[in-house]
Design a protein around this ligand. Structure first.
Ligand code: ADP
Ligand code: MG
Length: 235
């Protein structure tokens, strides 16, 4: 089977004092290798919670997250950190770059724990920044770049280690329409070139046609799944 990610009876309940918030209810889902999935839904429908759990950033209350036979829900913090380093890239809506570091240092940092020398890391980071069109901004700090440029740095950081899976949580939420399309093309083309699996959260219906499948979330449950004929064709 070509399943890369398998979710079984996944639930997440947040406790707020006496109140219980059911952020996710019994999600069952399989995502294939090299698939591109869009998670769509209104604010509060559970998109970020689902993405964070698949990426090993949050623990489920119940259920299983199996990525290539690895049970992510059973890993301790150390195992999770290592698993994420090797397998997962993440793009945040607000970029999450380190303000005191240059573009090059931000991208290179993601490779620190891999036992790669500084020189090689910096070369890989430079190549990746050139690939996202920032070859002339290597030594700029985040505050010296536009939102679109900062998101490109964060995309370079997510892709530099050639992870199997790239997650993006509303990556274009802070960008204008033109930059949104550029950033979406960049992410999808890189994932396709590198044969990576891509899972993007969005509430922007303009973005959903990019995905092979669009998964609609509502109140923590899967409402429906729509298969797309995307440009270039879904192989
Ligand atoms: P979305 O990303 O679709 O906007 P979220 O996954 O962030 O939705 O949130 C789903 C639900 O879980 C919401 O009702 C939200 O308020 C709640 N929630 C999310 N994170 C927490 C948290 N850390 N503590 C308590 N409630 C949370
Ligand atoms: Mg969210």
């Amino acid at each position: 089977m070509n399943d890369l990610i398998v979710l079984k009876n996944l639930s997440k309940v947040y406790k707020m004092g006496d109140e219980k918030i059911h952020a996710l209810n019994d999600i069952n889902l399989k995502i294939s290798k090299e698939e591109f999935v869009c998670l769509l839904g209104t604010s509060g429908s559970g998109k970020s919670t689902l993405l964070n759990m698949m990426a090993g950033l949050e623990k489920p209350t119940k259920g299983k997250i199996i990525i290539e036979k690895h049970h992510v829900e059973k890993m301790n913090e150390k195992q999770l950190a290592q698993f994420r380093q090797l397998n997962i890239g993440f793009v945040f809506q607000s970029y999450n770059l380190i303000p005191t570091l240059s573009a090059l240092e931000n991208v290179s940092l993601g490779l620190t724990f891999r036992g790669i020398s500084r020189k090689v890391r910096d070369r890989m980071a430079k190549e990746m920044l050139e690939a996202v069109g920032l070859g002339t901004r290597l030594h700029h700090k985040p505050s010296e770049m536009s939102g679109g440029q900062q998101q490109r740095v964060s995309i370079a950081r997510a892709f530099v280690g050639r992870p199997k899976i790239v997650f993006a949580d509303e990556p274009t939420g802070n960008l204008d329409t033109k930059t949104t399309l550029e950033v979406m093309d960049l992410i999808t083309n890189m994932a396709k070139e590198n044969k990576q699996t891509l899972i993007i959260v969005t509430h922007d219906v303009e973005i959903s046609p990019y995905g092979h499948r669009v998964i609609y979330l509502r109140d923590g449950s899967i409402e429906k799944i729509v298969e797309n004929q995307i440009k270039g064709g879904a192989e």
